[in-house]
Design a protein around this ligand. Structure first.
Ligand SMILES: [Zn+2]
Length: 66
C-alpha cells in the first residue's frame, strides 16, 4: 500500500505581532528561522521536551540616529 504523503505533523503557533497562525513543520531543526508570512516577524525554532517551539527573534536593531 502506497500512501503518499501527508503524514507529517505540522505545528501551529500564533504570531505575537499579528495573531496570525504560523504553521511550521514538526521536523523543523533547532535554530531554523521561520518568518511570519503576514507581518514578517521572525521566529527561531527551539526544541523543548522533544517538541519544536518558536521563540520570537529579537533583532538588535539599535537606532542611534545619524
Ligand atoms: Zn505575524
Amino acid at each position: 500500500m502506497t500512501l503518499k504523503g501527508d503524514d507529517k505533523t505540522m505545528e501551529t503557533v500564533q504570531c505575537n505581532s499579528c495573531d496570525n497562525p504560523i504553521v511550521f513543520d514538526e521536523d523543523a531543526i533547532e535554530g531554523e528561522v521561520i518568518v511570519c508570512p503576514i507581518c514578517g516577524a521572525e521566529y527561531e525554532v527551539k526544541i523543548e521536551d522533544g517538541s519544536p517551539i518558536l521563540v520570537e527573534l529579537v533583532l538588535e536593531g539599535e537606532d542611534w540616529g545619524e
